[in-house]
Write a protein that binds this ligand. Structure first.
Ligand code: CA
Length: 589
């Protein structure tokens, strides 16, 4: 081989390397518009879960057929809550017990699998779920139940880096899908039922170095580039004594990102312990000293530094486990105003101004809310004080406070399962549940790694025929345009499409497509186990595909009280189902 031939070979090799696909910031920013791949949790960082694809529509959805299915195998058949990621011919899914699978998206063949070696003694509160991966550059990222974040080579599954976020023995864990913003892997933590301290973390995507950390509870110091940065809030402004040190506010559902205002929005869970009398919430007062910031809040962060830009607390003086973690979706209303929409555990849907987080409006989205009569003009709940669980120290034996029946129950008017905003209709599609609970408070002291509640509870249905209710809501008026009732509680994500379809799944195993204007079920498929996953859609070889994970689990069977008994017949599983609309059937009505 002469010298010329060698240099040609080298050039071809170099070109081959350079042409290897890498997930870029542009890919992530354009995820909603680029229908050939899905590279973000939420099908776009604003979490609308709306696809502009309309090949599949109300007329032809009846022709949607299975393409392939994939079993997660093993005996680890617990809740499968992940949203798949698709890039460069590969689908990435995460499974229960901190597993990640890479699958050939055309054939369903497994390419590689990563199993986190979890230590004995992990403390996941609410099933061993994982809600999905993030992808960037050459890596795929996900969090594990022992409170670590792992970067894997997306081609081989080899570990690139693996970082301990926090101590799992203190109750920290991790279940959310990470988010990528400007080369940083943004994650939160789980463990609000163990008295952890919520925080948001930004890791360098390349090497896993911690760039910044922002605790969500006032009094704790932030970090930036290895140095202390600023304190979160003002020490003891809204927390009595030392209670802030184990104050909860876990950021267990991850966040959204608004490029226009360069803002990360992330929610913080319940303050710890659940017993609000121990956190100064007993007496309403003028300076709001028992509000317990920034638990049960949405928090806006500067992605460069982790500084708090603004916050909005949905449930000050929280006493019902109304975590404030639910997703915040950026959208534009019918008058062209830029808004955030979020449906809280506490039963109210909030509209906020996207510039500064100012409160715009709030509407109840479930029935019979008992803890508040409404939301005032400042966005603060109007409490019905008699419906706060009673103070144990006021009880005769000082042991158990007065029991109240509270609506919603602690699993929320809506829990983690993401809603969708349709750009086609301008409406939100909210997976909600109608249930209440008997709840009472008890004394409690903090002990590392032990449940830190100071409360007891039993969840109960409100209606004979349904608990779940998928609701189409006009965010400009709060009007419920239609609702689709389901026997078991809804626990799956929702997706809308430009084809006029709303996709979601039920614990009874049905993957369903509804008419976005009427709520009529236009198509359904029985997946064999309960659906608590999140649907996606994409275009491949000129056809529209849809996928969903099936595998019953999550918090309901563990914590659902009377509801859990009602749904104990449901079978567990662990499958990824993929569907396609064959070209030849696209025009067949
Ligand atoms: Ca909680």
């Amino acid at each position: 081989m002469n010298r010329f031939a060698i240099s040609v070979c080298a050039a071809i090799l170099a070109t081959g390397t350079a042409a290897q696909a890498q997930v870029t910031n542009e890919d992530i920013a354009n995820d909603q518009a680029n229908t050939s791949q899905v590279v973000t949790n939420g099908m776009g960082r604003d979490l609308q879960r709306y696809s502009p694809l309309d090949m599949l529509n109300k007329d032809n959805v009846k022709n949607l057929v299975p393409a392939w299915a994939f079993s997660l195998g093993g005996e680890k058949q617990r809740g499968q809550e992940a949203q798949p990621i698709i890039y460069d011919g590969v689908m990435y899914i995460t499974g229960s017990y901190s597993r990640l699978f890479a699958i050939d998206v055309k054939t369903g063949k497994e390419l590689w699998q990563y199993d986190a070696r979890l230590p004995e003694g992990i403390l996941p509160c609410c099933d061993v779920v994982n809600r999905g991966a993030a992808i960037y550059g050459d890596n795929v990222y996900f969090g594990t139940l022992d409170a670590r974040i792992v970067a894997l080579d997306r081609k081989t599954g080899d570990v690139v880096w693996r970082k301990k976020m926090e101590d799992y023995k203190a109750g920290y864990s991790y279940t959310a899908a990470p988010m990528i913003v400007d080369g940083k892997v943004i994650v939160g933590n789980s463990g609000g039922e163990f008295g952890v301290v919520g925080a948001v973390y930004a890791y360098d995507a390349e090497n896993g170095d911690l760039i910044w950390k922002r605790p969500t509870i006032e009094g704790h110091m932030g970090e930036l580039n290895g140095e202390p940065s600023t304190m979160t809030g003002e020490l003891n402004a809204t927390w009595p004594g030392d209670m802030w040190q184990t104050g909860g506010g876990a950021t267990w559902l991850g966040g959204s990102y608004d490029a226009e205002t360069d803002t990360i929005l992330i929610g913080a869970g319940n303050p710890a312990p659940w017993n609000s009398w121990l956190r100064g919430a007993g007496e309403p007062n003028e300076n709001n000293s028992g509000d317990n910031l920034y638990a049960a809040s949405r928090i806006a962060l500067d992605p460069a530094t982790g500084e708090i830009k603004w916050h909005f607390q949905t449930t000050p003086r929280e006493g019902w486990d109304f975590d404030g973690v639910n997703e915040v979706v950026a959208y534009t209303d019918r008058d062209g105003n830029k808004r955030w929409g979020t449906a809280d555990r506490n039963g109210f849907f909030y509209v906020l101004n996207r510039e500064d987080g100012d409160f715009v409006n709030a509407y109840p989205f479930v029935e019979q809310i008992s803890w508040a009569s409404g939301i005032d003009e400042n966005g603060r709940p109007i409490y019905i004080e008699d419906n706060r669980p009673g103070n144990p120290s006021a009880a005769a034996d000082g042991d158990k406070g007065e029991i109240v029946f509270a609506v919603p129950g602690f699993l929320g008017g809506k829990n983690w399962m993401p809603m969708s905003f349709s750009q086609r209709t301008g409406n939100f599609y909210i997976p909600s549940n109608e249930w209440g609970m008997d709840i009472w408070n008890e004394p409690i002291t903090y002990k590392k790694g032990a449940a830190y509640l100071g409360a007891g509870f039993t969840i109960k249905p409100l209606f004979e025929d349904h608990i779940g209710a998928l609701k189409a809501m006009d965010p400009d008026t709060g009007e419920i345009l239609w609702q689709y009732n389901n026997g078991a509680p809804l626990w799956a994500g929702v997706m809308t499409t430009a084809g006029g379809l709303v996709f979601t799944g039920t614990p009874e195993g049905r993957f369903i497509a509804l008419d976005d204007e009427t709520g009529e079920v236009l198509w359904e498929f029985q997946t064999g186990s309960g659906i608590v996953g999140q649907p996606i859609t994409w275009e491949q070889d000129g056809e529209q595909f849809v996928a969903i994970m099936s595998g019953w689990g999550g918090a309901v069977p563990l914590w659902g009280g009377e509801v859990a008994k009602q749904v104990s017949y449901l079978n567990q599983g662990g499958m990824l189902w993929t569907f396609r609309l064959p070209k030849e059937l696209a025009a067949v009505q």
